[in-house]
Write a protein that binds this ligand. Structure first.
Ligand code: 9WO
Length: 254
């Protein structure tokens, strides 16, 4: 069972993912174990202060080293008690390396993760230097804190763990496993506001359907994320399908 501990001033935020949907069900099934740690519970003064003014001046506040370090150490100890030999210690920040499918898979292969979600203008750098192995970003923008980023990491990792998805969900490979964007999807009714479902999907010919879906995936990846397609390369068959897509898209004015 993957052990996940999170250091956060807002532990209840994590109920949003751990109590419903695939991630909630995976917790019920003991696919992972989740424990939040609040640095405020480790604060020593009467006001339970966890932030202080930045040295060097400037606006905003910085998360203090001492309560944070105590919370991180408690999480690390909990992981070791749960049998994790070396928990991977992660800080979520825009300064980190970008989260990709590849990084998600490497996190899913760990025994334990400790995620540090910062608030305010950031965390005292000495805690990062002493406790953190890995700094991860989910994209080039600033949030109000690391919690939403930690939840993104958790969601992406947990759904890769054995037993998290149902058989049907597991059988269908993530689009990113193939290095391509996903194809379009349709359900009933056959016509919506005068727009029909592509006839091939109604044909019952599974070879044709598979071919159409791959063609759509290749075409959308070329048009929306050419960087992904360039990094991955194409077989001769895929090249033919993509050329067909581009001719058809040209005709359809896309
Ligand atoms: C706040 C701020 C306010 C005024 C001027 C500059 C400032 N920078 C920040 C800031 O970066 N705050 C961070 C909030 C401190 C660390 C936790 N926070 C955070 C994490 N925001 N965004 C992330 C994040 C994490 C992972 N991937 C993307 C964004």
């Amino acid at each position: 069972m993957l052990q996940i501990d999170v250091i956060t001033l807002f532990p209840k935020m994590f109920d949003a993912i751990t109590e419903s949907g695939i991630i909630g069900r995976a917790r019920d099934r003991r696919v992972y174990q989740f424990l939040p740690w609040n640095p405020r519970d480790f604060a020593t003064n009467t006001h339970r202060t966890v932030d202080d003014r930045p040295y060097g001046g400037g606006p905003g506040m910085v998360m203090m080293a001492e309560p944070l370090e105590k919370a991180v150490s408690a999480a690390r100890q909990r992981q070791i008690s749960a049998g994790v030999r070396k928990p991977r210690m992660i800080y979520l920040s825009p300064q980190g390396r970008l989260l990709t499918h590849e990084l998600v898979m490497s996190l899913a292969a760990e025994q334990g993760l400790v995620l540090l979600a910062g608030r305010y203008e950031g965390v005292d750098e000495r805690v990062i230097a002493r406790q953190i192995d890995d700094e991860i970003s989910i994209g080039d923008y600033v949030l109000s804190g690391g919690e939403l980023a930690a939840m993104v990491v958790m969601d992406a990792v947990i759904r890769q763990l054995p037993g998290a998805l149902g058989d049907a969900e597991s059988a269908e490979q993530d689009s990113f496993v193939r290095g391509l964007l996903d194809c379009p999807h349709y359900t009933r009714p056959e016509s919506h506001e005068g727009v029909a479902v592509p006839p091939v999907l109604m044909s019952g010919n599974h070879a044709d359907i598979t071919r159409w879906r791959l063609k759509q995936a290749l075409g959308r990846t070329q048009q929306r994320r050419p960087d992904l397609l360039a990094a991955r390369g194409m077989s001769a068959d895929e090249r033919t399908l993509l050329d067909e897509y581009l001719v058809e898209a040209q005709g359809a004015g896309k």
